[in-house]
Design a binder for this molecule. Structure first.
Ligand code: ADP
Ligand code: MG
Length: 781
């Protein structure tokens, strides 16, 4: 019945299929004998015995509609039933796991403590496991009375104490596994297939027996579903699914040390030993990552397949130095080795026929702008133009000013002039560029007399057209959507579509760990600037917790200003409203000017100010006409003022690590010692982890690891959602090896068989997990 419909509830497991014996002769990727995920995706969960309309509704609450949803609703942990201690054998003072049934729940009232303090509310639960009974007490957790209803089968873990001569657990962890009816008759049924025993004990004891491993599933308050019931449904689904078709052949499984898919699904839902689910998880996580990498590698291949790239000129005329080389030579500093290496790689990309899709990751202050300009000048060398898009006006203006000064004196050939050359032309375009200036700019872009265009989203407006756009750079790429990046690139083809696909360099100063980047930016090549310019001193970072400690920050600000240097004060982040945030910044600037920072020249910068005002304040601060800039997070990205040496961040616990690191990156950019003060009285473990990490490290990549560990991958993946919803088990940090393996295999496969013509099963699976547009793009033929 392999591959047939799954309809008859009494049908047992079909005879074992032969995974790995498919049409793929070398066994890299197997063919399709056995149950396909597609079939399971098409079956509603209600085909399972015991899943009636009500249960189906409850499952839907958990996002489970199909049998595949059910089988990919993975346990979040397991309880080792083999290590349970019978209540009769408990010893006072030891930590123990106890599995028992709730016999009685009470909420005694009244004062039993000494003194006049109100005693906390109590929930007292009496638990029995057939060998004896035990009192379990919870203080100030009145919801426990509802959670631990009479008849529940509950696993407790805690230290055994005693009260008035009776053994007692106080405030243990408690995991409800099921209810009496379920576990007695059903847990047993659900485990038959795995060959374990599920028989209950007799006489009022727990129906769930010791000696097996219990999966604990993610549940919802909105349903009465229990882990035992989900486990039973999953067990039935597994019995009836039988052998799974395995897209990975014998050879690949051995190569990456992966179990077969049938084993994996069975062991993740009903492991017989505590060790089993580890290898099951590894295999299923690999599958998630493999599908994802396959989609990314295919996407890369498709983009290149359709591309009309430019082979850029990377050598100067008659052996003379190129524009980019002249640019590097005239820099006021020596480029770092990392900058040189990055430019070399980019030069290679630009010289090739396929458009570059490259991500440049570099910590704050690593000098990405120089690399970007080098790439842009290579476009100009061959008579093309280049555009750089930044997320804010402040940043675009700063880039324009910096680039203008960096390229000052460079000339490009121009037969229309007397000397045959003209100065390299750099233009700035933001939403506040005036109409007249704008019209002239459009003209210059169209006739090619503007070489480098720098700006904000304003670059995306329809009127902006290039004579020949050769390189596109996106700074702080995470601030832009996929569509915006694509829209700027599309300007290379032009209105009539006759142009080229420009080479693309996206830059980010929010480093993410390498394997995470392979997932999030897997359709981009990657270069890392892993070196800061020489002479940079690490920013001394202190977390100040009390008003007394905080005084250190303000006295540092005063001392540095007295030496002619400058400081930032970042005001608290206010949820949701830029206006409220602005108001609080205004108030804080006011307060500081009358208190800790009296007598200093304070400027104010927030998102609600008119552009002209923002620009004026920035210019004053840059020039040194202001000593201190009190600001909201508008200064978060990119702002580059070498004389700024102190950064004070108020309510620092409200910011994430990446944001704090960005803010700190605003100082320490010159050669002077710098300080970052994190003000926060909040010393909850979460805040302490973040602020402590900031104190301990100034390395953006190291902090990115910490951040990923603390926050999980949700936030990183959120940045580029598409096709990533499939990652349920895979962990970007701990599964780094799997990411690498998955990438390897995906690349081999696509190189071998770009259309995946011989891999129907894989393609079919991929289509389940990616959205329609993406599938259309990847498999249009
Ligand atoms: P980020 O990578 O954060 O965007 P920037 O490109 O803004 O960094 O560079 C930060 C500062 O360092 C700028 O003032 C820039 O001129 C300077 N800079 C860049 N490269 C070097 C270098 N090799 N040596 C010294 N200073 C450099
Ligand atoms: Mg930058």
């Amino acid at each position: 019945m392999t591959g047939g419909p799954l309809t008859d509830p009494r049908t047992g497991p079909p005879p074992a299929g032969r995974p790995g014996s498919g049409p793929d002769p070398d066994g890299t990727v197997a063919g399709g004998d056995g149950r396909k995920l597609r079939q399971l995706a098409e079956l509603p969960a209600s085909v399972l015995r015991g899943v009636g309309a009500a249960a189906a509704r409850e499952l839907a609450e958990l996002g489970i509609e199909s049998v595949l949803d059910l089988l990919t609703h993975y346990p979040r942990r397991y309880i080792d039933g083999t290590r349970l201690v019978p209540i009769a054998d408990l010893t006072q003072g030891e930590k123990a796991s106890v599995l028992g049934e709730v016999m009685r729940v009470s909420r005694p009232s009244g004062n039993y403590g000494r003194g006049r303090r109100r005693s906390p509310s109590r929930v007292v639960v009496e638990v029995s496991d057939g060998s004896g009974s035990l009192q379990v007490v919870f203080f100030n957790q009145s919801w426990r009375a509802k959670q631990l209803a009479v008849g529940s089968q509950v696993l407790f873990f805690g230290t055994v104490g005693s009260y008035r001569g009776q053994l007692q657990l106080t405030g243990p962890t408690a995991e409800v596994l099921g209810t009496r009816g379920e576990t007695e008759t059903e847990a047993g049924a659900g485990t038959e297939g795995a060959g374990t025993e599920g028989a209950g004990t007799e006489g009022g004891g727990p129906a769930v027996s010791a000696g097996r491993v219990f999966p604990v599933y993610p549940l919802s308050d909105k349903t009465s579903l229990t882990s035992a019931r989900i486990g039973r449904y999953a067990g039935e689904a597994l019995d009836r699914a039988g052998t799974f078709a395995d897209p990975l052949g014998e050879r690949s499984r051995r190569r990456f040390d992966l179990v077969g898919r049938t084993t994996a699904f069975n062991d993740i839902h009903r492991p017989t030993a505590m060790d089993d689910h580890g290898s099951a998880r590894r295999r299923l996580a690999f599958d998630e990552l493999f599908r994802l990498q396959l989609a990314l590698v295919l996407r890369q291949a498709r983009l290149q397949g359709d591309a009309r790239g430019i082979r850029h000129v990377v050598a100067g005329p008659d052996g003379s130095p190129t524009l980019a080389e002249r640019f590097l030579d005239q820099l006021p500093f020596e480029p770092t080795d990392a900058q040189r290496r990055a430019l070399e790689v980019i030069r290679g990309d630009l010289a090739g026929p396929l458009p570059m899709h490259r991500l440049l990751q570099g910590d704050v202050g690593s000098g990405k702008t120089v690399v970007a300009v080098g790439a842009m000048l290579t476009a100009v060398e061959g008579g093309h133009q280049a555009a750089l898009m930044a997320p804010t006006e402040v940043l675009a203006e700063q880039h324009a000013a910096a680039v203008r000064s960096l390229v000052d004196g460079l000339t490009v050939p121009d037969p229309a002039t007397l000397e045959g050359r003209r100065p390299l032309a750099v233009a700035l375009l933001t939403s506040k560029t005036g109409a007249g200036e704008r019209a002239a700019l459009h003209q210059g872009l169209a006739d090619g007399t503007v070489d480098l265009l720098i700006g904000t989203h304003a670059l995306l407006t329809e009127e902006v057209g290039f004579r020949s756009l050769g390189v596109v750079v996106i700074d702080e790429q995470h601030r832009f959507g996929v569509e915006q990046r694509a829209a700027l690139r599309a300007k290379g083809r032009g209105d009539d579509g006759s142009g080229h696909d420009p080479d693309l360099l996206v830059m980010t100063a929010t480093p993410i760990p390498r394997t995470a980047a392979m997932v999030v930016f897997g359709d981009l090549d990657m270069t890392i600037l892993d070196e800061l310019p020489a002479g940079r001193l690490p920013v001394t970072t202190s977390w100040l917790r009390t008003p007394l400690e905080t005084e250190e920050a303000w006295s540092r600000v005063r001392a540095e200003v007295a030496e002619g240097r400058r400081a930032f004060v970042v005001c608290p982040l206010v949820d949701g409203s830029e206006r409220v945030e602005a108001t609080s910044a205004v108030a804080e600037a006011e307060r500081l000017s009358g208190a800790e920072l009296a007598g200093l020249r304070l400027g104010l910068l927030h998102g609600q100010l008119p552009s002209a005002e923002k620009e004026r304040v920035m210019a004053d601060f840059r020039r040194g006409d202001l000593d201190v800039l009190v600001a909201t997070t508008v200064i978060e990205v990119g702002v580059d003022i070498p004389e700024a040496t102190v950064m004070v961040i108020e309510d620092a616990d409200r910011f994430g690590i990446a944001q704090l690191h960005q803010l700190r990156g605003r100082v320490g950019r010159g050669g002077d010692p710098s300080w970052c003060y994190l003000l926060s009285e909040n010393d909850t473990p979460e805040a302490a982890a973040r602020l402590g990490a900031m104190e301990a490290s100034t390395d953006g990549f190291e902090l990115a690891d910490v951040d990923l560990e603390l926050r999980g991958e949700g936030t990183i993946l959120g940045a580029r959602q598409k096709g990533r919803s499939d990652l349920k088990l895979a962990r970007l940090l701990s599964d780094g090896d799997l990411v690498v393996h998955a990438r390897e295999l995906a690349e081999e496969l696509v190189a071998d068989d770009p259309e995946l013509a011989g891999h129907g099963l894989l393609v079919d699976e991929l289509r389940i997990f990616i959205d329609e547009d993406e599938a259309e793009f990847l498999f249009k033929s």
